[in-house]
Design a protein around this ligand. Structure first.
Ligand code: NOJ
Ligand code: MG
Length: 522
């Protein structure tokens, strides 16, 4: 039997925004634990928890002060253990986020390094002297401004600079220094011993920098897919081979998924060679426009690149760093079309061979929140870019669970949520959608329950140019990406398994409207 993860559906929980148990307006681990039955009934196989470790939350938990401790904001180590135990009892796997590219500037190692210029303590990070009175090279922080911050020596004089590809509160480790690798082996073992089923590896393509830290020459941005001296260096693969050996010493098919923004799918596939990690997020799919030619090409390229190394393809439409797909796929100011496309895109994704990653709230059809007041925003890129960038808060607004007004059951008390929820979200709430067969939530449930009927390799079927249609085993999927209805021979109403919107049956044919997907039995 194939290992569980090869076709698993993972559900990303961003703990601050999922469910709050103690009424402080911030989601927490007991909150997640209390909603595990919801995830079970949704039909996902595994939960990926974004960081809940001790840290100042300068970047929503991607700034870790202690890799083995739970931040009091989220609960305790006992809460983490109880969550994992409950998930396992429900048949859900749990993977946790690992942040190995950088620590928090409050990590004891970094504090030691700052306190002792010229000492070995600095070797765990990337400290360098400046160049011509400025930073050591031209690298830009992904959150805006230079990727270097100058230190002040304990005697008050200006000192060396340190590298931070993200915010100054997130100094990059020097992975050529053996103690760094040793520490992360120990962190991996710690969480594997606690019982997690694996890891999501943050910035997996960034751990090794080009030798000598050469100038890059051009500016970069967060979701950059092009080659740079700090992304996708060959040396990162030695780290993943080492981790794979470690993971394989544990029973139970533990896994690791790389957040690797490779410039091409072939480069991304190098992270999932047989002796490296298990999966890599497919950002080429996430960034693909709603266009039949582009989608077919990225699906083919993904399947080819991953099968060449024996790994399953993966698919993702939303996460905590990008505009929610119900908004991203919408033509300008047309949320109705956005949601229709999002539902069709989801049915397409869930019909593809391999693994899929869902982001909390997409099963409710949540749109991006575009009008958060500036003073509530917490994405560090917002402040660093003077408000021109840093809009990741819009997909991180706390989930609506029930009721007609904020906090929609997110928090037990009336405490305002850490990001304000829109006043019109009552209709998106889980309780409002549950049991309504036309709701997005019930579409996800039905699709996840039916997903197993699509088995084996994908074979494209002949179709009109604006339609994508394929077969997997005895089941078929078609998506209409055009602007007029398309008639598809589905063989009768009882053959249709699910549709993302209203379809019209006429004998053996089904009329599929624009921006609609359908699965049927061949
Ligand atoms: C990728 C994470 O998904 C993002 O949220 C974070 O800001 C950066 N890595 C830095 O850790
Ligand atoms: Mg809380």
């Amino acid at each position: 039997m194939a290992p569980w993860w090869r076709d698993a559906v993972f559900y990303q929980v961003y703990p601050r925004s999922f469910a709050d148990s103690d009424g402080d307006g911030v989601g927490d681990l007991p909150g997640v634990r209390s909603r595990l039955p919801y995830l079970r009934s949704l039909g996902v196989d595994a939960v990926w928890l974004s960081p809940f470790y001790l840290g100042p939350q300068a970047d929503g938990g991607y700034d870790v002060e202690d890799y083995r401790a739970v931040d009091p904001l989220f609960g305790t180590m006992a809460d983490a253990r109880a969550l994992i135990a409950d998930a396992h009892a429900l048949g859900l796997r749990v993977i946790v986020d690992l942040v190995p590219n950088h620590s928090s500037s409050r990590h004891p190692w970094f504090r030691e390094a700052l306190a002792s210029p010229g000492s070995e303590h600095r070797a765990r990070y990337l400290f360098r002297p400046g160049r011509d009175g400025g930073p050591p090279n031209d690298w830009q922080s992904l959150f805006g401004g230079p990727a270097w911050t100058r230190t002040t020596d304990p005697d008050g004089t200006p000192g060396d600079w340190y590298l931070h590809l993200f915010s100054p509160e997130q100094p990059d480790f020097d992975w050529t220094y053996p103690a760094v690798a040793e520490e992360f082996r120990s962190v991996l073992r710690h969480w594997l011993d606690v019982g997690v089923d694996g890891f999501r590896v943050d910035v997996a393509h960034g751990l090794v920098k080009a030798h000598g830290l050469p100038d890059h020459g051009v500016p970069t941005h967060l979701l950059d897919l092009t080659a740079t001296p700090f992304w996708d260096q060959d040396g990162v693969h030695d780290i993943y081979r080492d981790w794979r050996r470690l993971l394989d010493t544990y029973p139970g098919d533990r896994v690791a998924v790389a957040e690797a923004w490779g410039p091409t799918l072939t480069r991304t596939a190098r992270y999932v060679r047989p002796d490296e990690l298990h999966q890599a997020f497919n950002f080429h799919y996430l960034t693909c426009p709603w266009d039949p030619v582009a989608l077919r090409a990225v699906i083919d390229d993904s399947l080819d690149a991953m099968s060449a190394v024996g790994a399953p393809a993966t698919w993702v439409l939303s996460n905590h760093d990008v505009v929610r797909h119900a908004t991203r796929l919408a033509p300008e100011a047309d949320p109705g079309t956005g949601l229709r496309r999002a539902r069709a895109a989801t049915l397409l994704m869930l019909a593809l061979p391999g693994s899929a990653y869902l982001y909390q709230g997409e099963e409710l059809g949540l749109p991006e929140v575009r009008d958060l007041p500036p003073h509530t925003r917490q994405d560090p890129a917002f402040a660093r870019s003077g408000g021109r960038d840093g809009f990741r808060d819009g997909c991180r607004v706390p989930l609506p669970w029930e009721g007609a007004e904020p906090p929609y059951g997110f928090s037990p008390h009336g405490t305002p949520t850490w990001l304000p929820q829109p006043s019109h979200w009552g209709g998106y709430a889980v309780a409002a959608q549950a049991g309504d067969p036309t709701s997005t939530l019930e579409m996800y449930r039905a699709a996840l329950a039916l997903r197993g009927t699509l088995r084996g390799d994908l074979a494209w079927l002949p179709s009109a140019p604006h339609v994508l249609a394929f077969e997997r085993g005895t089941a078929r999927c078609a998506v209409n990406l055009g602007d007029r209805p398309s008639t598809i021979h589905t063989g009768g109403v009882d053959h249709v398994l699910i549709a993302s919107g209203p379809v019209h049956h006429d004998g053996g044919h089904t009329s599929v409207p624009p921006d609609t997907a359908v699965w049927w039995r061949a």
